[in-house]
Design a protein around this ligand. Structure first.
Ligand code: IPM
Ligand code: MG
Length: 362
């Protein structure tokens, strides 16, 4: 089959890791007889440099017209980069929020699991992680809440005041809840919905709509957890979670926490989906400008994001399995980038890690 992929390398380590993901896709194409063609697009800082804005209409259109979008990372060093001198809507991250909203990608899937090989890199004690480790999926609402509510900053009587608003309507909650239940149905069948219903109206509505949705999925166990407790449970007993369903801001925070207990944020992929097959696939981590261009970034999160693309946008499950198995094989054989390195392993750079994984695609 033939697929057109919009590729947005972005900033920092973005171009390096995206190159490795394309290497893997090309190998999959060769082995399984598919053709992947790439259309390179600029976003974030790279787009500011070229066009003066973080996301152009043309880029958004081109992304809409592709079969899927592969993204590296956007953004620079907030303290020093020239990209951060203007108002928020002119900064690199505005490009990312713009494309998520523009493509209506309301469901962000962020899996977090512990590879046995990386158990040493996990900052939690062995007693806590236990024999079984953990394997969860964070389902983050991506186009609503605080990220997209009205905001403004004013000065009243010499006092600066800033306002951000958190709004959800029931339809926005229902569609993400449905996605979470669908994914839970394919896994061990439990949804933990995370909110702050003891304080926020939006969370009380969230809880009510999740309960209503749950009635349509009688086989699935549902529990509600307050976000502060969830943050604590993640480091006390991560094995209890299967699918974690939560709103935009809580999901942003909890997914970083979940990724760190896997050993390295450099390992975790993500998929952002909407109503159609078009999805956006990017690593959960950022652009890491401090290590850009040094051939030391871990490309695995981006490679696993490409695997998610094969699975969710193209329905190529066998091919996605092959990529995941190749990553597993590279780890089993001791290949490690610096972020996951431990003694006795083989330290490799970004490009070599990509080539090793490509070589294991069967
Ligand atoms: C993420 C990132 C973004 C977010 C930033 C870069 C705007 O942290 O994808 O988690 O907060 O969504
Ligand atoms: Mg984040």
């Amino acid at each position: 089959m033939e697929f057109q992929i919009a590729v947005i390398p972005g900033d920092g380590i973005g171009p390096e890791i995206v190159t490795e993901a394309m290497k893997i896709l090309d190998k999959v194409g060769e082995v399984y007889g598919h053709t992947f063609t790439y259309k390179k697009l600029l976003m974030g800082g790279a787009s500011i440099d070229a066009y003066g804005v973080p996301l152009t209409e043309e880029t958004l259109e081109a992304a809409k017209n592709s079969d899927s979008v592969l993204l590296g990372a956007v953004g620079g060093n907030v303290g020093t980069s020239r990209w951060y001198q203007g108002p928020p809507e002119t900064r690199p991250e505005a490009g990312l929020l713009g494309i998520r909203k523009g493509l209506e990608l309301f469901a962000n899937i962020r899996p977090a699991w512990l590879y046995r090989e990386l158990a040493d890199a996990c900052p939690l004690k062995t007693e806590i992680v236990g024999e079984k480790g953990f394997d969860m999926v964070i389902m983050r609402e991506l186009t609503g809440g605080l990220y997209f509510g009205e905001r403004h900053t004013t000065v009243e009587n010499g006092v600066r005041k800033a306002v951000d608003t958190l709004v959800y309507d029931e339809n926005e909650i229902r569609r993400i809840a449905v996605k979470a239940f669908e994914i839970a149905a394919k896994r061990s069948g439990k949804v933990t919905s995370v909110d702050k219903a003891n304080v926020l109206d939006s969370s009380r509505l969230w809880r009510a709509v999740v309960d209503e949705t749950a009635r349509e999925y009688p086989g699935i166990q549902v529990e509600h957890m307050l976000v502060d407790n969830a943050a604590m449970q993640l480091v006390m007993d991560p094995g209890q979670f299967d699918v974690v369903l939560t709103e935009n801001m809580f999901g942003d925070i909890l997914s970083d926490e979940a990724s760190e207990i896997t050993g390295s944020i450099g390992m975790l992929p993500s998929a952002s989906l909407g109503k159609t097959k078009l999805g956006l696939y990017e690593p959960s981590h950022g652009s890491a400008p401090d290590i850009a261009g040094k051939d030391i970034a871990n490309p695995i999160a981006t490679i696993l994001s490409a695997a998610m693309m094969l699975r969710y946008s193209f329905d190529l499950d066998r091919e996605a399995d092959a990529v995941e198995a190749a990553v597993q094989q590279a780890l089993t054989d001791g290949y490690r980038t610096g972020d996951i390195y431990s003694e006795g392993c083989r330290k490799v750079g970004t490009r070599e890690m990509g080539s090793v994984i490509a070589g294991y695609i069967r």
